[in-house]
Write a protein that binds this ligand. Structure first.
Ligand code: FES
Length: 147
């Protein structure tokens, strides 16, 4: 005798299925330098994929601490180093955009002097991790609000 299934359902289709495992967000990090590469007052540029675009970023050693920012001035969204990889100014106390001389605090990325409308804005920080002497960068979540 042939079995009848309601609505054409076959036993395999009625089988209870386990819920899909929750997808966990995978955050990629990128090796950008060895900690010993940069002395205080030195910088290194690198590319980092941010929302599908390779963005130029830069790593600095400021008084023994590493920081990284997107190479994008907050006055006009353009690279800050007119002279390649030259970010520090004033005896390495500040970062400076060479186009119109906006000055930024190296440890916070805050603009403290420069063209009107720029002061008080922050460079876009790139999160860093230091693991076994290797510096890794993670693409920032922060949206760029300057076009
Ligand atoms: S583009 Fe950087 S100060 Fe104007």
């Amino acid at each position: 005798m042939k079995r009848q299934y309601r609505h054409g359902m076959r036993p395999s289709a009625r089988r209870h299925r386990e819920p899909h495992p929750k997808r966990t967000a995978v955050t990629l990090r990128y090796k950008v330098a060895l900690a010993g590469e940069l002395q205080p007052g030195e910088s290194k540029k690198f590319l980092l994929p941010i929302r599908g675009t390779d963005e130029e970023c830069f790593l600095i050693n400021y008084q023994g601490q590493f920081h990284a920012y997107v190479n994008r001035c907050r006055h006009v969204p353009m690279a800050m180093d007119w002279v390649d990889n030259q970010f520090f100014a004033e005896e390495d106390r500040y970062l400076m955009c060479q186009t119109h001389n906006a000055y930024y605090q190296p440890d916070s990325g805050e603009c403290i002097a420069g063209p009107p409308g720029t002061c008080g804005k922050f460079l876009y920080r790139v999160p860093l991790e230091l693991v076994d002497g290797v510096i890794y960068a993670t693409p920032p979540d922060e949206q760029f609000d300057d076009g």
